[in-house]
Design a protein around this ligand. Structure first.
Ligand code: NAD
Length: 313
């Protein structure tokens, strides 16, 4: 046992907690408020969060001995990386743990959109038989445009290829040869909008990508395009999407993430052409256990000054 104090604020699977307990004092304060966190963080060497806790500037200001913040998952948009840098605090994540889970959900959402599976099930449960109304579309032979061909985008592309889809990808940070080697045809964003029957988003949310999918983007897309987003809320301009659904430009959208979460029963969530899920991309038993173990090992490595695999800042 060493004398590291580690605070967990969004829960962590037991497999990760037991790694941490073997080497530190562990405080599990799942659901702690922002105000209480400012008090609690003072004495911590490490803080481990998921997406709920906002690790804002005031948390870093209040942290007297904090050395590392660990994100049990991928997205670090809830962590003020600039403040972390200013206070010389390392941020690490577990970027590979949830890749398969999110890709499988995104692919499932695309199939559900193509065949209107949630509506079919909802009608059956009410005793209705919507056979004639529920004429769907096939994936085979269609073009999937993947925006952001990183870990999850690539897995989505592989699954789509296996279903006989043509996969095109836009990723400005990758070389064309790299995208080809990962099994997709590299295209410009305009070509992707123009050619895709389905579009799936797998890019991060940042200042460049906020509201990327807005009125201009929709105007360049095929009529009847279907859109899947299991990346981050805020990449799609939700009011523009609602307008595009109402005009028929977009035939359907499947959304796992929202600009504000939870969004409540908004017009977008309630829209008959929308399939909405409550940010469950990474919510599989396997992904959560993997993320907990990865982040526990990475945080301990940071505290011990060992080489890091997933340093974010
Ligand atoms: P990744 O870093 O491996 O891939 C992201 C890719 O997006 C990179 O290749 C990058 O070059 C590309 N990119 C960056 N800016 C771009 C832009 N302007 N246009 C197009 N591409 C751009 O990340 P990942 O692990 O594949 O995660 C992808 C997304 O999935 C992230 O937004 C992440 O937050 C989200 N995610 C969601 C869930 C969920 O529960 N729904 C879970 C995990 C991750």
């Amino acid at each position: 046992m060493t004398n590291f104090n580690i605070l967990i604020t969004d829960g962590l699977e037991e497999s990760g907690q037991s790694i941490l307990r073997a080497a530190s004092r562990l405080d599990d304060k799942a659901g702690i408020s922002a105000a209480d966190l400012i008090q609690a963080v003072g004495d911590c060497d490490a803080l481990i969060v998921r997406g709920r806790t906002k690790v804002a500037a005031e948390i870093f200001e209040a942290a007297k001995k904090l050395k590392v913040v660990g994100r049990a998952g991928v997205g670090v948009d809830n962590i003020d990386l600039e403040s972390a840098r200013k206070h010389n605090i390392t941020v690490v994540n577990a970027p590979t743990a949830t890749t398969q889970a999110v890709a499988e959900l995104a692919f499932g959402l695309m199939l559900a959109l193509a065949r209107d599976i949630p509506r079919a099930d909802g009608a059956m449960k009410k005793g209705d038989w919507l056979k004639k109304e529920l004429q769907g579309a096939e994936l085979s032979g269609k073009t999937l445009g993947v925006i952001g061909y990183g870990r999850i985008g690539t897995e989505m592309g592989k699954r789509a290829s296996a279903f006989g889809m043509n996969v095109v990808a836009y990723d400005p940070l990758l070389q064309e040869d790299g995208i080809k080697a990962l099994g997709a045809d590299p295209v410009s964003i305009q070509e992707l909008y123009e050619w895709s029957d389905f579009i799936s988003l797998h890019l991060p949310l940042n200042v460049q990508t906020r509201d990327l999918i807005g009125p201009m983007a929709f105007s360049q897309m095929k009529d009847g395009v279907r859109i899947v987003c299991a990346a981050r809320g805020g990449i799609i301009d939700e009011s523009a999407l609602l307008a595009a659904l109402n005009s028929g430009k977009v035939a359907g959208a499947a959304l796992d993430v929202f600009a504000a979460e939870p969004p409540g029963a908004t017009d977008l969530v309630k829209h008959p052409k929308v399939i909405a899920t409550p940010h469950i991309g990474a919510q599989t038993a396997e992904a959560q256990a993997r993320a907990a173990e990865d982040i526990a090992n990475e945080v301990l490595a940071a505290l011990r000054g060992e080489p890091l695999r997933w340093k974010v800042n």
